[in-house]
Design a protein around this ligand. Sequence first.
Ligand code: HEM
Length: 155
Amino acid sequence: MRGTPLARSLSLVVALAALLALAGCVQLGWDDRSLYVQLGEKPGIDQLVDRFIRELARDERIRGHFQGIDIRRLREQLAFYLCERSGGPCRYEGAPLREVHRHLGVSEADFNALVEDLIDAMEGLDVPTPTQNELLALLAPEQVEIVEPRRAWWR
Ligand code: HEM
Protein backbone atom coordinates (compact mmCIF):
# COMPACT_ATOMS: atom_id res chain seq x y z
CA MET A 1 0.00 0.00 0.00
CA ARG A 2 1.26 3.46 -0.89
CA GLY A 3 0.73 6.86 0.80
CA THR A 4 1.53 8.28 4.19
CA PRO A 5 0.73 6.18 7.27
CA LEU A 6 -2.08 8.65 8.10
CA ALA A 7 -3.66 8.30 4.63
CA ARG A 8 -3.29 4.54 4.87
CA SER A 9 -5.00 4.29 8.21
CA LEU A 10 -7.72 6.71 7.05
CA SER A 11 -8.52 4.58 4.03
CA LEU A 12 -8.55 1.53 6.28
CA VAL A 13 -11.08 3.23 8.57
CA VAL A 14 -13.24 4.23 5.56
CA ALA A 15 -13.13 0.69 4.15
CA LEU A 16 -14.02 -0.74 7.56
CA ALA A 17 -16.92 1.70 7.95
CA ALA A 18 -18.22 0.79 4.48
CA LEU A 19 -18.00 -2.89 5.36
CA LEU A 20 -19.87 -2.36 8.64
CA ALA A 21 -22.55 -0.30 6.89
CA LEU A 22 -22.98 -3.06 4.32
CA ALA A 23 -23.19 -5.68 7.04
CA GLY A 24 -25.76 -3.49 8.82
CA CYS A 25 -27.87 -3.24 5.68
CA VAL A 26 -27.76 -6.96 5.16
CA GLN A 27 -28.65 -7.63 8.76
CA LEU A 28 -31.48 -5.11 8.83
CA GLY A 29 -32.72 -6.42 5.53
CA TRP A 30 -32.45 -3.03 3.87
CA ASP A 31 -34.11 -3.12 0.48
CA ASP A 32 -34.18 0.09 -1.53
CA ARG A 33 -36.44 -1.26 -4.26
CA SER A 34 -39.90 0.27 -4.32
CA LEU A 35 -42.44 -1.43 -2.11
CA TYR A 36 -44.30 -2.42 -5.28
CA VAL A 37 -41.28 -4.36 -6.53
CA GLN A 38 -40.65 -5.89 -3.09
CA LEU A 39 -44.22 -7.17 -3.05
CA GLY A 40 -43.68 -8.96 -6.36
CA GLU A 41 -45.36 -6.35 -8.56
CA LYS A 42 -48.96 -6.91 -9.66
CA PRO A 43 -48.86 -10.75 -9.57
CA GLY A 44 -47.39 -10.67 -6.04
CA ILE A 45 -50.01 -8.16 -4.92
CA ASP A 46 -52.85 -10.20 -6.44
CA GLN A 47 -51.57 -13.26 -4.60
CA LEU A 48 -51.32 -11.30 -1.36
CA VAL A 49 -54.86 -9.94 -1.75
CA ASP A 50 -56.21 -13.45 -2.40
CA ARG A 51 -54.56 -14.79 0.71
CA PHE A 52 -55.63 -11.78 2.74
CA ILE A 53 -59.27 -12.19 1.72
CA ARG A 54 -59.09 -15.85 2.71
CA GLU A 55 -57.80 -14.78 6.13
CA LEU A 56 -60.62 -12.21 6.45
CA ALA A 57 -63.23 -14.82 5.56
CA ARG A 58 -61.91 -17.07 8.34
CA ASP A 59 -61.73 -14.36 10.95
CA GLU A 60 -64.77 -14.65 13.20
CA ARG A 61 -64.06 -11.22 14.67
CA ILE A 62 -64.73 -9.34 11.44
CA ARG A 63 -66.03 -11.69 8.76
CA GLY A 64 -69.55 -10.42 9.40
CA HIS A 65 -68.57 -7.07 7.87
CA PHE A 66 -67.88 -8.70 4.55
CA GLN A 67 -71.02 -10.83 4.34
CA GLY A 68 -73.07 -10.10 1.26
CA ILE A 69 -70.60 -7.77 -0.44
CA ASP A 70 -69.20 -8.23 -3.93
CA ILE A 71 -65.96 -10.04 -3.04
CA ARG A 72 -64.69 -10.03 -6.63
CA ARG A 73 -64.93 -6.26 -6.67
CA LEU A 74 -63.25 -5.99 -3.26
CA ARG A 75 -60.39 -8.20 -4.46
CA GLU A 76 -59.94 -6.15 -7.61
CA GLN A 77 -60.20 -2.75 -5.95
CA LEU A 78 -57.94 -3.71 -3.07
CA ALA A 79 -55.29 -4.93 -5.50
CA PHE A 80 -55.46 -1.66 -7.48
CA TYR A 81 -55.31 0.29 -4.25
CA LEU A 82 -52.24 -1.55 -2.92
CA CYS A 83 -50.57 -1.43 -6.32
CA GLU A 84 -50.94 2.33 -6.56
CA ARG A 85 -50.04 3.05 -2.94
CA SER A 86 -46.91 0.89 -3.09
CA GLY A 87 -45.60 2.87 -6.05
CA GLY A 88 -46.86 0.67 -8.87
CA PRO A 89 -48.27 1.78 -12.21
CA CYS A 90 -51.95 1.05 -11.40
CA ARG A 91 -54.67 3.58 -10.67
CA TYR A 92 -57.19 3.01 -7.90
CA GLU A 93 -60.34 4.62 -9.16
CA GLY A 94 -62.68 3.67 -6.34
CA ALA A 95 -64.08 6.16 -3.88
CA PRO A 96 -61.81 7.58 -1.16
CA LEU A 97 -61.49 5.16 1.78
CA ARG A 98 -63.36 7.49 4.11
CA GLU A 99 -66.36 7.37 1.81
CA VAL A 100 -66.15 3.61 1.20
CA HIS A 101 -66.13 2.83 4.91
CA ARG A 102 -68.55 5.49 6.08
CA HIS A 103 -71.51 3.93 7.92
CA LEU A 104 -69.84 0.48 8.01
CA GLY A 105 -69.31 0.95 11.74
CA VAL A 106 -65.67 -0.17 11.67
CA SER A 107 -64.18 -0.06 15.17
CA GLU A 108 -60.54 0.24 16.19
CA ALA A 109 -60.64 -3.44 17.22
CA ASP A 110 -61.94 -4.34 13.73
CA PHE A 111 -59.11 -2.38 12.18
CA ASN A 112 -56.53 -4.13 14.35
CA ALA A 113 -58.02 -7.53 13.52
CA LEU A 114 -57.75 -6.77 9.81
CA VAL A 115 -54.13 -5.73 10.23
CA GLU A 116 -53.42 -9.04 11.99
CA ASP A 117 -55.01 -10.89 9.07
CA LEU A 118 -52.85 -8.95 6.64
CA ILE A 119 -49.75 -9.88 8.64
CA ASP A 120 -50.82 -13.55 8.63
CA ALA A 121 -51.27 -13.39 4.86
CA MET A 122 -47.81 -11.85 4.41
CA GLU A 123 -46.24 -14.39 6.78
CA GLY A 124 -47.90 -17.18 4.83
CA LEU A 125 -46.30 -15.88 1.65
CA ASP A 126 -42.89 -15.39 3.27
CA VAL A 127 -42.90 -11.64 2.67
CA PRO A 128 -39.73 -10.36 4.40
CA THR A 129 -40.35 -8.51 7.66
CA PRO A 130 -38.97 -5.13 6.47
CA THR A 131 -41.35 -5.27 3.48
CA GLN A 132 -44.22 -6.15 5.81
CA ASN A 133 -43.34 -3.20 8.02
CA GLU A 134 -43.18 -0.85 5.05
CA LEU A 135 -46.66 -1.86 3.93
CA LEU A 136 -48.08 -1.62 7.45
CA ALA A 137 -46.55 1.84 7.91
CA LEU A 138 -48.19 2.91 4.67
CA LEU A 139 -51.61 1.69 5.77
CA ALA A 140 -51.53 2.78 9.42
CA PRO A 141 -52.53 6.41 8.74
CA GLU A 142 -55.66 5.16 6.94
CA GLN A 143 -57.08 4.20 10.30
CA VAL A 144 -58.50 7.69 10.80
CA GLU A 145 -60.28 7.43 7.44
CA ILE A 146 -61.80 4.03 8.16
CA VAL A 147 -62.57 3.73 11.85
CA GLU A 148 -65.83 5.29 12.94
CA PRO A 149 -65.18 7.90 15.64
CA ARG A 150 -66.44 6.69 18.99
CA ARG A 151 -69.28 8.68 20.46
CA ALA A 152 -68.83 9.85 23.99
CA TRP A 153 -71.18 7.92 26.33
CA TRP A 154 -73.10 11.03 27.35
CA ARG A 155 -74.15 11.90 23.78
C1 HEM B 1 -55.95 -0.25 6.02
C2 HEM B 1 -57.13 -0.84 6.10
C3 HEM B 1 -58.11 -0.91 4.95
C4 HEM B 1 -57.94 -0.65 3.63
C5 HEM B 1 -56.68 -0.21 2.89
C6 HEM B 1 -59.23 -0.90 2.98
C7 HEM B 1 -59.45 -0.75 1.63
C8 HEM B 1 -60.65 -1.01 1.00
C9 HEM B 1 -60.88 -0.91 -0.42
C10 HEM B 1 -59.84 -0.46 -1.45
C11 HEM B 1 -62.16 -1.26 -0.63
C12 HEM B 1 -62.86 -1.35 -2.02
C13 HEM B 1 -63.58 -0.08 -2.35
C14 HEM B 1 -64.42 -0.19 -3.57
O1 HEM B 1 -65.11 -1.20 -3.75
O2 HEM B 1 -64.40 0.75 -4.35
C15 HEM B 1 -62.74 -1.61 0.63
C16 HEM B 1 -64.03 -2.03 0.82
C17 HEM B 1 -64.52 -2.50 2.00
N1 HEM B 1 -63.92 -2.50 3.22
FE1 HEM B 1 -62.07 -1.85 3.58
N2 HEM B 1 -60.14 -1.29 3.94
C18 HEM B 1 -59.49 -1.32 5.15
C19 HEM B 1 -60.05 -1.65 6.37
C20 HEM B 1 -61.28 -2.19 6.53
C21 HEM B 1 -61.81 -2.72 7.78
C22 HEM B 1 -61.04 -2.71 9.13
C23 HEM B 1 -63.05 -3.19 7.53
C24 HEM B 1 -64.00 -3.86 8.46
C25 HEM B 1 -63.64 -4.73 9.35
C26 HEM B 1 -63.32 -2.96 6.12
C27 HEM B 1 -64.47 -3.29 5.47
C28 HEM B 1 -64.74 -3.08 4.14
C29 HEM B 1 -65.98 -3.49 3.48
C30 HEM B 1 -67.17 -4.19 4.14
C31 HEM B 1 -65.84 -3.11 2.14
C32 HEM B 1 -66.86 -3.33 1.01
C33 HEM B 1 -67.80 -2.16 0.91
C34 HEM B 1 -68.84 -2.41 -0.16
O3 HEM B 1 -68.53 -3.02 -1.19
O4 HEM B 1 -69.95 -1.96 0.03
N3 HEM B 1 -62.23 -2.36 5.56
N4 HEM B 1 -61.81 -1.45 1.63
